[in-house]
Ligand binder design. Structure first.
Ligand code: BG6
Length: 486
């Protein structure tokens, strides 16, 4: 579906997310002629700046995040010319008049308000947009995470934004859903006959989902200290991946059909009690170490960190889904900063052989597994057993590998670009619905409450490792290992 003419208003247009992700995504769209000729981008910020000054700041802050070879003089100048800057204080209703003057008054235009701001401003901005008559029926609002810091605040955001915009106008971003490999999970599961009959408790022994990062918190300490790995990664990205792996086949790929199924998964997650929490959830915090051969400081010594900080930079959870399909199948989820490698993957391990007809005992056979790699490369690995060439009959594990980059020569699309295009086309499938967001918070809420009262600080782990030993013990208790540690 083609993108029709639009006015895009970027609240937080001079911020970090805009420079690193949104403006590069818009440039890529501009370059591939995916933006209609008249479409405009209005960056909103508190600082007084002229349009030219803002365009120059795009040159300075966003351009370094765009591949140099994709930038040509004329194309870049044309892109910069799309930007206007509106200086306003989002808290002050009167200043919305300046914004109103800059927007085109045309019911055929799509109007998008992208709130790349702290969530504390979401309700204020939406209310002010409504009061100034800017929130029209052809408007959409995009909400960046964090969408609240617990169930109560998430509900509040949903309610307040919901008073101004209806659900079909609200686009809650989880950029993991924009990643090719995540959407490929849908293709793999529902575009092939092969896996679906095996995709259940009878054949699958366990699922591991890892998002490991080498990077630390960078210049986001102010945000991260109040967030931590659970709010930053588990409540959203990891749970969304779990939903895509575990959901029932949706009727179609229309937004509500997919979101209904994801919601059922979230609602079937087994609730933690204080006893099960202590056994099934591990939180860690990195100490000084080496990542990729470079010495890095302890989290508590990072600029801006509290020297006694109890914020977790690592979390591992054993989750269970109480449904006919998944009862008894553990889903191990983990994420952390300053880990041994940058890696995002889903590992589906199948059950062991029931019996061996070979001289090797069945227990010596590595169970089959399907590894879906999201990062750094996108691909699939299917581990099978095969005969070693030559005399005799010895079986060894082999890897059937599919590299998406090799298989598809078409250029990749960054997650933010895909999602922005979907916003502009009004396509909601890859965005979270309000009830999904609340169900995810509802499940993590007992963990947050438990940690609040727990006197034990997060378990230290050395930067550049796979996290605290307790995370290995969590899965080790079930006789298993994380894939990288096997
Ligand atoms: C963001 C988190 O949502 O995702 C960051 O706030 C994290 O802390 C990032 O680094 C990871 O995204 P990606 O796409 O780099 O894996």
């Amino acid at each position: 579906m083609a993108i029709t003419d639009f006015d895009l208003v970027l609240f937080g247009g001079g911020g970090d997310l805009a420079s690193r992700k949104l403006i590069p995504a818009l440039y890529s769209m501009h370059r591939s002629k995916g933006i209609p000729a008249g479409a405009r981008i209005l960056a909103v910020g508190r600082h007084e700046r002229t349009n030219d000054e803002f365009r120059e700041s795009v040159n300075q802050s966003a351009r370094p995040h765009i591949p140099a070879e994709s930038i040509t003089g004329e194309l870049w100048e044309g892109f910069l010319a799309r930007f206007d800057y509106v200086s306003m204080d989002a808290n002050t209703p009167e200043t919305y008049r300046a914004l109103a003057k800059s927007l085109r008054d045309d019911a055929n235009l799509t109007r998008v308000f992208y709130l790349a701001t702290p969530p504390s401003l979401f309700a204020t901005i939406c209310n002010n947009l409504a009061a100034s008559g800017l929130a029209t029926p052809n408007s959409r609002v995009v909400l960046e995470k964090p969408l609240g810091r617990d169930l109560k605040s998430a509900k509040q955001i949903n309610a307040e934004v919901g008073r101004v915009f209806n659900e079909t106008q609200i686009f809650r971003i989880d950029h993991y859903l924009g990643k090719e490999a995540v959407q490929n999970m849908l293709a793999l599961r529902f575009g092939n006959i092969l896996f679906e009959p095996l995709w259940r408790r009878e054949w699958i022994s366990d699922v591991q989902i890892t998002i490991a990062e080498e990077i630390g918190v960078g210049n986001r300490m102010g945000y991260y200290e109040n967030s931590g790995a659970l709010r930053d990664m588990l409540q959203n990205h990891l749970l969304q991946l779990l939903c895509i792996v575990a959901m029932e086949p949706p009727l179609t790929v229309t937004p509500d059909a997919v979101r209904d199924e994801k919601l059922k998964v979230l609602r079937s997650l087994k609730r933690f009690t204080p006893t099960t929490l202590a056994q099934n959830v591990v939180r860690g915090q990195y100490r000084a170490g080496h990542v990729g051969g470079v010495a890095v400081p302890s989290y508590r010594n990072e600029p801006g960190a509290d020297p006694d900080s109890r914020t977790e930079t690592f979390v591992a959870v054993k989750a269970e889904i109480d449904t006919w399909r998944w009862a008894g199948v553990p889903f191990y989820l983990r994420t952390g900063k300053r880990m041994a490698d940058q890696l995002a993957e889903i590992v589906v391990r199948f059950k062991s052989l029931p019996h061996s007809i070979f001289t090797q005992p069945a227990s010596s056979f590595q169970p089959n597994s399907l590894v879906i790699r999201l990062q750094p490369d996108e691909g699939l690995h299917l581990n099978l057993m095969a005969k070693t060439p030559g005399d005799g009959m010895r079986l060894k594990p082999v890897d059937l590998e599919l590299d998406f980059r090799e298989s598809f020569k078409t250029p990749r699309m960054e997650a933010y670009q895909r999602l922005l295009m979907d916003v502009l086309r009004g396509q909601l499938t890859l965005f979270m619905r309000s009830d999904e967001l609340e169900a995810a918070w509802e499940w993590v809420e007992p963990i947050l409450e438990f940690w609040e009262q727990d006197e034990n600080a997060p378990i230290p782990y050395t930067a550049g490792t796979w996290g605290p030993a307790a995370a290995s013990a969590l899965i080790g208790r079930d006789g298993l290992q994380w894939r990288e540690e096997a």
